[in-house]
Design a protein around this ligand. Structure first.
Ligand code: ZN
Length: 74
């Protein structure tokens, strides 16, 4: 008896984003004097240096949120 097992090809491809795409993901303009921006920028840099682009991008998004007034102290 032949067991029908489909051979699984495990192709671990490293996720490599084009540099321009990274630049766009991490593009942000932290506002001087804003503690929320400063904190997020620190995290962004740490993640970027560790190669965690998705994490870094999250902080870039948070910094961009400054324009929406999300950083304003209440
Ligand atoms: Zn801010």
């Amino acid at each position: 008896m032949v067991t029908m097992t489909t051979p699984k090809t495990t192709q671990e491809k490293p996720v490599e984003l084009p540099v321009g795409f990274n630049a766009w993901l991490l593009d942000c303009a932290p506002v001087e004097g804003c503690t929320v921006c400063a904190a997020n920028l620190r995290q962004l840099r740490a993640h970027r240096e560790a190669g965690r682009i998705t994490q870094a991008a999250k902080h870039a998004t948070e910094i961009r949120d400054h324009a929406s007034g999300a950083h304003e102290p209440r």
